[in-house]
Design a protein around this ligand. Structure first.
Ligand code: 8YV
Length: 317
C-alpha cells in the first residue's frame, strides 16, 4: 500500500519526526523555501495527496491554510491547547482534530508549582547570588513563604485541578474562577476574576485561550491582586494584557510574577529582564523527554486510528 502523505508545519520534536517518517510519507513544510512552497501547493495532485496535518500552537491552522489543502482529513496537534486551530472551520469541512491532553498535565502542574517557589523564594536570584560569589559578603535577603498562601486558580480543568492538588499539599486554601461553578469541587468558587484576585495571594492562569479569556488578566485584575499578590501564567501569553502586567511589575502594583508563556513568543518584554521579582521560562511547561515522547505517541496514535478507521484516541472535533 502506498504511504499516506502527512504534512508537518514546523519543527516540533525529533522523536515525533522519526516516528512519523517510519509510518508515513512526511513532508516537512519548513524545508520548502517560500518559492518552492508555491510549487508544493500549486499542483492540485500534491495538495490532494496531503491527508493529514501535524502541527503545534506555534503556527496557525486557519481558514486559508485549511483551504490550501483540499485532501486533508485530520489535524493532529502536538498540544493540549487548540487556540491556533480554527476548530469551527474544521468542523464545517468535516476535518477531524485531535490534541494531546492528560499526558502533559503533571508536567505543566509541576512547572506551575516550580514557578511559584522560584518567584516567592527567589530561587533563581539566590542561585545567581551564590554563583557571583556574593554569599561571602553576606547572607541572601529574606523572601516570601509559599506554604499556606491563598491560591486562586483561573480554570479548573485537568491542569487547574492538578495544580490545586499540589497546592493543597502546601496547605494552601484554594479558590477558583471558571465559566460556571463545578458542583463536585470542594474549592471556593468566585463568579468573577476580579473577586478571585482580591481574595487570593497567588493567582494562577490555567484556562484555555479563547475569545472570552483573551486578556482575562487586565489592569483591574492586577490592581485587585495588589502589591502583595503574585501572578503565575502557565496558560497562554494572550491571557494577560502584557503591557499592563509590565507596568504593574515596574510600578510595584503587584509583588511578582512567574511566567512560562508570553504574548508574542519568543519575544519577551525587555523591561522584565532586569526585575528580580519575575521568573521567566521559555514555554517549557510540557518540556520533559517523557512527556514530549508521550505527546508524540498520541499524535501518531490518533493518525493511525484515523487511517485504520478506528475511533480517535483524543478527538476534539
Ligand atoms: C506545546 C502547549 O504544544 O500543549 C500545549 O498547549 O502549549 C505545549 O505543550 C509545545 O509548544 C510543544 O511543541
Amino acid at each position: 500500500m502506498e504511504a499516506i502523505t502527512v504534512l508537518q508545519t514546523n519543527p516540533i520534536n525529533s522523536y515525533l519526526e522519526q516516528e512519523l517518517d517510519k509510518r508515513f510519507n512526511l513532508i516537512r513544510l519548513w524545508n520548502f523555501p517560500a518559492d518552492q512552497k508555491e510549487d508544493l501547493f500549486k499542483e492540485e495532485e500534491n495538495k490532494r495527496d496531503i491527508r493529514a496535518v501535524v502541527t503545534n500552537p506555534v503556527v496557525p491552522t486557519d481558514r486559508e491554510f485549511i483551504d490550501s489543502l483540499p485532501g486533508v482529513e485530520i489535524v493532529s496537534s502536538f498540544s493540549v491547547g487548540l487556540d491556533k486551530i480554527d476548530l469551527g472551520y474544521c468542523k464545517e469541512k468535516g476535518i477531524r482534530v485531535t490534541n494531546t491532553p492528560d499526558v502533559l498535565t503533571d508536567d505543566v502542574a509541576d512547572i506551575a508549582i516550580g514557578l511559584i517557589l522560584a518567584t516567592l523564594r527567589r530561587i533563581c536570584e539566590s542561585d545567581r547570588y551564590v554563583k557571583a560569589g556574593l554569599w561571602k559578603k553576606g547572607d541572601f535577603k529574606l523572601t516570601t513563604k509559599f506554604s499556606g498562601k491563598k491560591v486562586g486558580i483561573i480554570g479548573l480543568g485537568r491542569i487547574g485541578t492538578a495544580i490545586a492538588k499540589r497546592a493543597e499539599a502546601f496547605n494552601c486554601p484554594i479558590s477558583y474562577y471558571s465559566r460556571s461553578q463545578k458542583p463536585e469541587s470542594k474549592y471556593k468558587y468566585f463568579p468573577s476574576v476580579v473577586e478571585l484576585a482580591s481574595d487570593c495571594q497567588i493567582l494562577i492562569v490555567a484556562c484555555p485561550l479563547t475569545e472570552e479569556t483573551r486578556h482575562i488578566i487586565n489592569r483591574e485584575v492586577l490592581d485587585a491582586l495588589g502589591p502583595k499578590g503574585f501572578l503565575i501564567n502557565i496558560g497562554r501569553g494572550p491571557h494577560i494584557d502584557e503591557p499592563e502586567l509590565v507596568s504593574a511589575l515596574v510600578e510595584g502594583r503587584i509583588a511578582g510574577a512567574g511566567l512560562d508563556v508570553f504574548e508574542n513568543e519568543p519575544h519577551v518584554p525587555e523591561e522584565l529582564f532586569g526585575l528580580d521579582n519575575v521568573v521567566l521560562l521559555p514555554h517549557v511547561g510540557s518540556g520533559t523527554v517523557e512527556t514530549r515522547n508521550a505527546m508524540a505517541d498520541l499524535v501518531i496514535g490518533n493518525l493511525e486510528a484515523h487511517f485504520n478507521k478506528k475511533p480517535l484516541l483524543t478527538p476534539v472535533v
